[in-house]
Design a protein around this ligand. Structure first.
Ligand SMILES: [Zn+2]
Length: 321
């Protein structure tokens, strides 16, 4: 699979499934190195591991430390926002998140604050008022570290927009990942010039999703897997556009050479890319992949922009164009 280079901006590699744990039950040995090898072989050059709680962000950073191509975020997911108050001392919780983000950023490993935001589809895990309070609190983290934001928005576009509006000068840039909203929601997000949209299998389930995705300007889009979640299933409108597949087995029949059925992996970023390319009708896959890569570097790897520009210049010089 030569030629295409990708960055998976969101993979939950600290999830138990990559250690063989499903609902607390050990189904197979941990297989992180096989999962990562498949990703690198598929053209994924970097993976940003999503942190969803203080504890999980610590694990994400520990994992990111194991490979030069792994990075992570530090933050608290909207459905996990009760942890601020359950900790008994929200201000201390904040200080611990800040210390972790600063420690990781100094090593070049923590590249964003998040994921954070609002999820009104899953209020049973955390009420809207608590979600709003601690979404807003995480702009303090972004401001204190200068890091961009990795954002989550489900069925909450109006409140989300209002909170971003209030805080828009406190963060450099961000990506609203796993976008599944309507076109109206999309326009609300795009009204902030420093917000990008992250697309994964969940963003491409229905023909309506595909139509909305087509309205994202290429300069504002990134791709991700949200592994082990949000895989593309045969029943999705997107599935007919997939070109690359891997052998897969049920978790009970696991072997290291196969994907696990219903466990999404970073290598499958390639499938997200194939669907987007087909639906937007872009035949030049190299330049479309480069476009997503550059958008990602602009937001999450700003130090690499110069290096990237030099590579592009060197390539075009050697091509004589
Ligand atoms: Zn999310």
């Amino acid at each position: 699979m030569p030629g295409l280079r990708f960055i998976d901006i969101g993979a939950n590699l600290a999830d138990g499934m990559f250690r063989g744990l499903y609902h607390g039950k050990q189904q197979h040995p941990g297989d992180m190195s096989a999962v990562l090898k498949r990703a690198w072989d598929a053209g994924v050059e970097r993976i940003i591991i999503t942190g969803i709680s203080l504890h999980d962000s610590r694990e994400a950073l520990a994992l990111a430390d194991t490979d030069g191509r792994l990075y992570c975020t530090v933050g608290v997911h909207p459905t996990r926002c009760s942890e601020w108050e359950e900790s008994g001392d929200p201000q201390k919780h904040y200080q611990e998140l800040l210390a972790l983000a600063k420690e990781g950023a100094a090593k070049g490993k923590v590249v964003a604050i998040g994921e954070c935001g609002l999820d009104y589809d899953r209020l049973i895990f955390c009420p809207a008022e608590v979600q709003k309070r601690y979404f807003e609190k995480q702009f303090d983290l972004a401001e204190a570290t200068g890091l961009p934001m990795f954002l989550h928005m489900r069925a909450a576009a109006e409140d989300f927009k209002n909170i971003v509006e209030k805080n828009k000068n406190r963060f450099r840039a961000g990506c609203v990942h796993s976008f599944t909203g309507t076109n109206e929601d999309l326009q609300k997000m795009l009204s902030f010039p420093n917000l990008y949209i992250g697309i994964n299998g969940c963003s491409l389930k229905t023909s309506e999703n595909l139509e909305v995705m087509k309205n994202i300007p290429p300069g504002r889009m990134m791709i991700e897997t949200d592994a082990p979640y949000c895989g593309i299933k045969a029943s999705h409108a997107s599935s007919k556009h997939i070109q690359t597949t891997w052998p897969s087995k049920k978790k009970e029949k696991w072997n290291e050479e196969s994907l696990v059925k219903d466990r999404n992996e970073p290598c499958q970023l390639r499938q997200v890319f194939e669907v987007v390319a087909a639906v937007v009708g872009e035949k030049d896959h190299v330049s479309l992949a480069r476009n997503f890569y550059e958008n990602t570097c602009k937001v999450f790897f700003p130090h690499d922009i110069d290096t990237l520009a030099n590579t592009v210049l060197a390539n075009s010089a050697s091509n004589g164009s």
